[in-house]
Design a binder for this molecule. Structure first.
Ligand code: UD1
Length: 344
């Protein structure tokens, strides 16, 4: 079975994708510098699949080490590139770190592809490229808006770099996946989201508040032009997202992708407000999430949710997990983490 390089494979989406790849029989090589993840994730993957993936502790910005890695693990047939910094607020404070980390790593991989005869590339992009869309749900043809942060800009520029590179090398192909808001955890609770320090994203903050690690969740604004005043997003189970990557790889390896770039939205097609998420989380898990409404967070978009029709039709992929199941899996994962840290 084909060998797949997964950069950022010990991260949140990366680790769930490795599990789905291994379940389908793919051989996986993970490259990760563990800057925002933990080596124990490999154990979690092994517990679920029975296979410990090959692992290289390398920063993708390091061209020479990446070159050696391709030599060592020869015959890699596709790359799924997750490795990137992703905190929107931090990117405003450290723009050069974001441009260097997210763009140099991408350029290195694209340069190394022809040298090591790798023709297939999957890129982690984001709904952030749409900014605040004029029309909802948002399709892949919606205009790309001015990026609200250096992080968002790295995704926009990254997509452009890929399009130009594939255009210049017509025997290569790429699938760009624009994620909406991934949440949840593997049903086994062996892997999940492991943010370093204070979480930026909603769900880890919700679960950490529910378990008592944080006193109170802050809801950023209830004066938006939405039914309950809080922001609306399209929350998608990380396992649904992971499965789309496997389909993307299969599509390229079986020659269905054509030698070009294809771009897909990965979302459920359903928009939910922050307050709806909190309420549903409390209901399905029978636990309280103390929260207070505070001022809007700078850079937040009022509302965005996906039109996933193109991915449904072309990839034959649909998000299938219910919101209830997704929020339950987040809570089971947080409780499992608490048990583990008590045992240590
Ligand atoms: C953003 C980007 C996304 C990117 C992600 C990376 C957009 C539309 N989305 O997601 O592309 O991949 O960051 O981190 O730009 N919230 C609270 N309290 C909290 C945390 C969040 O109320 O403590 C609210 C936010 O205001 C927002 C929602 O929860 O309305 C989701 O926030 P978050 O999980 O941070 O994701 P995005 O900002 O949507």
């Amino acid at each position: 079975m084909a060998k797949i390089l997964v950069t950022g494979g010990t991260g949140f989406i990366g680790s769930h994708t490795v599990v789905e790849l291994q379940k389908k029989g793919f051989e996986v090589v993970i490259v990760d510098n563990l800057s925002n993840s933990n080596i124990d994730v490999l154990l979690g993957i092994e517990k679920i699949t029975g296979i410990r993936p090959a692992f290289e502790n390398i920063d993708c910005v390091d061209y020479v080490s990446m070159d050696r890695m391709f030599e060592k693990h020869n015959n890699i047939e596709a790359i799924i590139h997750f490795a990137a910094s992703k905190a929107v607020g931090e990117s405003v404070e450290k723009p050069l770190h974001y441009y260097r980390n997210n763009l140099v790593s991408l350029i290195n991989l694209l340069q190394l592809m022809p040298i090591h005869k790798v023709k297939n590339f999957v890129f982690s992009s984001s709904c952030t490229v749409y900014g605040q869309p004029d029309v909802l749900p948002v399709t892949e043809n919606a205009p790309i808006k001015f990026a609200m942060s250096p992080y968002g800009n790295t995704k926009q520029i990254g997509e452009e770099i890929i399009r130009d590179t594939i255009h210049a090398n017509p025997c290569y192909q790429s699938i760009i996946l624009r994620y909406f808001n991934p949440i949840g955890a593997h049903a086994s609770a062996e892997i999940g989201e492991l943010p370093n320090g204070v979480p930026n994203n909603l769900l880890p903050f919700v679960t950490q508040t529910a378990i008592g690690l944080r006193k109170q969740l802050q809801v950023y604004g209830n004066d938006y032009n939405t039914p309950d005043g809080s922001c609306i997003r399209d929350y998608i189970h990380v396992v649904d997202l992971a499965k789309a990557h496997v389909i993307a790889v299969q599509r390229m390896l079986t020659g269905q992708a054509g030698c070009r770039v294809e771009t897909f939205n990965l979302g459920t097609g359903r928009g939910l407000s922050v307050l709806e998420i909190i309420e549903t989380f409390e209901k399905v898990n029978g636990v309280k999430v103390p929260y207070k409404i505070v001022a809007r967070r700078e850079g937040d978009i009022e509302k965005v949710w996906a039109d996933p029709t193109y991915a449904n039709n072309v990839l034959g992929w649909t998000a299938t997990e219910t919101l209830e199941e997704t929020l339950r899996s987040s809570w089971v994962w947080e409780q499992n983490l608490a048990k583990r840290s008590k045992a240590e």
